[in-house]
Design a protein around this ligand. Structure first.
Ligand SMILES: Nc1ncnc2c1ncn2[C@@H]1O[C@H](COP(=O)(O)OP(=O)(O)O)[C@@H](O)[C@H]1O
Ligand SMILES: CC(=O)OP(=O)(O)O
Ligand SMILES: [Mg+2]
Length: 402
């Protein structure tokens, strides 16, 4: 079975085509700047030359049509026709309390995802555009939705409730949901496999640090707390998101600057984080470069970012009364040697001992970066949300055909 995995953002669409016989990737790619003047499609067919195409792509339906065109293209394609795609799997960030696992897309599932627009205004509308676009371009092909929130549905009430009037939870389901659950689940499982130890016996802190970033306390294979909240804004400092702040700042700033709800949301989600403090970029590579050149604002941005990661690790070690394994993953976690070093060299109180040589090795494989004597094992585990989505899609579509 060939499965197309789609991760739709508001202005982008990432895709991977899997052959599930051996879980090989036939092609992957990215459409950027959807709805802007010149959209860019980067297509990477396995075993063939990468291609980049610039054109006007005004919405997601056109983006998927272009992607399907590339996948079946005589020169750059990897399949003969669209009929060779038997199912589509979508990443959806918010599944609320209704979705504790992945699900087949039907009218009920779509209605529920739409109902959740309010809770994830930046993410769920984009996912719905992806689902609609796939339906239009590939009518009759079964689709599956895989939720970032599903893994965190095991959190106890004391982790997921906010200390605000209960009526807000009863009426509007205001609570912590978390995100990146597909990744936290995948890397915690992969860590246990790497160490050849039962997941049930382990206290793991998974650090998914990419453009969006979150930490999770995984105890016995279950998420018991996570740093993102009702929306993916809470917790760590991120590329353009503020993370935690005193909630009183919001009405204060709205009042002083006469901002609307949308404007303040946009300030906290798109104009804060690394970008706001450095004044240069939301990209950790550029922040690190700035820091190495001695730029004070980049240095401060890096310090604030690292400090927040370290504080959350401490708080989750406290939540679980200890930690056996710390896992780093996603763009920054997998690649930033200096971020990992700066975090870990100040966790000696937990018994963490970093092996600097192992930490400086670059590899796409799961690997240990702590010394043999370290009380806490520290691993780098490359995440693979797309593979999990492909596997869930495969399983659910096969079950629905029985
Ligand atoms: N070599 C590197 N050193 C430091 N940061 C890196 C490196 N490579 C990628 N990153 C950072 O990873 C982030 C993107 O992470 P990623 O997990 O791909 O995010 P997303 O899935 O949210 O788009 C960017 O901030 C980027 O700068
Ligand atoms: C939920 C979230 O923040 O996702 P991303 O890291 O892909 O932006
Ligand atoms: Mg990501």
């Amino acid at each position: 079975m060939n499965i197309l995995v789609i991760n739709a953002g508001s202005s982008s669409l990432k895709y991977q085509l899997y052959n599930m016989t051996d879980e090989s990737v036939l092609a992957k790619g990215l459409v950027e700047r959807i709805g802007m003047d010149s959209s860019i499609l980067t297509h990477k067919p396995t075993g063939k030359q990468d291609v980049t195409e610039v054109s006007e792509i005004l919405e997601h339906t056109t983006a998927i049509r272009k992607v399907l065109g590339m996948l079946t293209n005589e020169e750059h394609g990897v399949i003969d026709s669209i009929e060779n795609i038997q199912a589509v799997g979508h990443r959806v960030v918010h599944g609320g309390e209704s979705f504790k696992a992945s699900a087949l897309v039907d009218s009920d599932a779509k209605a529920e995802i739409r109902r959740l627009f309010d809770l994830a205004p930046l993410h769920n509308p984009a996912s719905m555009m992806g689902i609609k676009a796939a339906e239009t371009n590939m009518p009759g092909v079964p689709q599956v939705v895989v939720f970032d929130t599903a893994f965190h549905q095991t959190m106890p009430e004391k982790s997921y409730l906010y200390a605000i009037p209960r009526v807000l939870y009863n009426k509007y389901k205001v609570r912590r949901y978390g995100a990146h659950g597909t990744s936290h689940a995948y890397v915690s499982q992969a860590a246990a496999e790497f160490l050849d130890r039962p997941l049930e016996d382990l206290k793991i802190i998974t650090c998914h640090i990419g453009n969006g970033a979150s930490l999770t306390a995984v105890q016995g294979g279950k998420s018991i707390d996570t740093s993102m909240g009702m929306t993916p804004l809470e917790g760590l400092m991120m590329g353009t998101r503020s993370g935690d702040l005193d909630p009183a700042i919001v009405p204060f700033v709205m009042n002083k600057e006469e901002l609307t709800v949308n404007e303040v949301n946009s300030m906290l989600n798109k104009h804060s984080g690394l970008l706001a403090i450095s004044g240069i970029s939301s990209d950790m590579r550029e922040i690190t470069e700035g820091m190495e050149k001695g730029d004070p604002n980049s240095t401060l941005a890096f310090d604030m970012y690292e400090y927040r990661v370290r504080k959350y690790i401490g708080s989750y070690a406290a939540a679980m009364n200890g930690v056996d394994v710390i896992v780093f993953t996603a763009g920054v976690g997998e690649n930033s040697i200096v971020l990992r070093q700066r975090v870990l060299e100040q966790l000696t109180y937990l018994g963490v001992e970093l092996d600097e040589e192992l930490n400086s090795i670059r590899s796409g494989e799961p690997r240990r970066i702590s010394t043999a004597n370290s009380k806490v094992v520290v691993l780098v585990v490359p995440t693979n949300e797309e593979l999990v989505i492909a596997r869930d899609t495969h399983r659910i579509v096969q079950a629905s055909n029985r």
